[in-house]
Design a protein around this ligand. Sequence first.
Ligand code: BG6
Length: 484
Amino acid sequence: MSNVSLPLTFPDGFLWGGATAANQIEGAYDQGGKGLSVQDVMPMGIVGPRTEAPTPDNLKLVAIDHYHRYAEDIALFAEMGFKVYRFSIAWSRVFPNGDDAEPNEEGLAFYDRVLDELEKHGIEPLVTISHYETPLHLAEAYDGWTDRRLIGFYERYARTLFERYGSRVRYWLTFNEINSLLHAPFMSGGIATPKEDLSDQQLYQAMHHELVASARATRIAREVAPGAQIGCMVLSMPVYPLSPSPEDALAVMTADHANLVYGDVHTRGVYPGYFLRTLREKGIELQITDEDRDDLTNIVDFVSFSYYMSIAETADPAKKAAGEGNIMGGVPNPTLPASEWGWQIDPIGLRLVLNQFWDRWQKPLFIVENGLGAKDQLVEVDGRKTVIDDYRIAYLRDHLVQVGEAIADGVEVLGYTTWGCIDIVSASTAQLSKRYGFIYVDRNDDGSGTLERHRKKSFDWYREVIRTNGAALVDEAAAKDLTR
Ligand code: BG6
């Protein structure tokens, strides 16, 4: 018998949906006046070196051709009953070089059309302003976010979006996984200098510039789009002590602080004391102006985050083996299974993160990424091509049950968007075979394929979860005898 709380209730109006990012879905990398972004020279994701110019082996150049097929894709999302769709606007579609004086009208018009389709189907948009796709020119001419002038370029870009779409878009995220900057400086911060050549001073200054830019965007939204709800977006990764020793618990606290500082600043408007200590100990003197301090006080309306996995931490250098993971990784947890890519699967970790963030920040939370990257096998059932992805259903169900538990704990959760609701190109490995979707896209790692879309088994499952506002999960959970 299951001991999951029954009934599992999700609030009325809970925003069920899916999420993508422009560089991983759109393709058309050089069409409609778009400039290059850092992703156009990252054919191997973050695992390999960048190239000087776009190369044909870069799957993101075509991605899944959503630029031309957005209407078909959004219709499929509507068929599942999506209440919300998270997508990003490609900065280099709107400002091809990033520092242009005027926006590219053709780029803006594309997102008008996307919003038209969403409106037609009654799907609420959730827009990420910057998702790992800084214009390449800003990387090459300014060294990305190490340069203070990026704040002004981002401000112009954000203002353009709020003015253009502010009456149509309620939920906005300023930077995707802003806390990944120190780990992936080129992808996350458009910083062209190789990571090994960057000083802590440069990296932390870049972090400060992004935090100021994020807060300034919030301030601008209040002026030009008063109905907008602005959220920060962080990569969440709960950290467990590898042993019960106080030293390991302290190592957890330190690792936690390194991640939580971004949310702390976004929700409190000042740098926390533990972070100032880190700066002192590293000998870093941040250049912070009075205007910066004032900007930072523009705190967010909600906190959004990605959740894929947890990690362990230890103070013992002999046990500090590095595991695989979402950008930052950590010490593998011997109690947990892992995905084919080594990301450790931990549904309860999601409940822990929800409670931790709520207790700490008292801001509504939005889970804007969660899902299982897996290899899928296309099969034919009753003359229809599909994927029997019970593993994906199990992963999502187990995580959603924990979301329900967190809601029962009193956590305010606005919604849940699965990552890569349609198969897209992976950010870390740039593969198409690392699939997250409810919709299979016929494209392979060698670039072959028809780009046809096929509904997977999880497509019908998720439609049922949404239709019943989560109630369908309970039967699933009871059947599997989930434990708390
Ligand atoms: C997050 C990113 O880190 O994880 C996404 O915001 C990314 O862009 C997602 O795609 C899943 O990672 P991956 O490497 O499996 O695509």
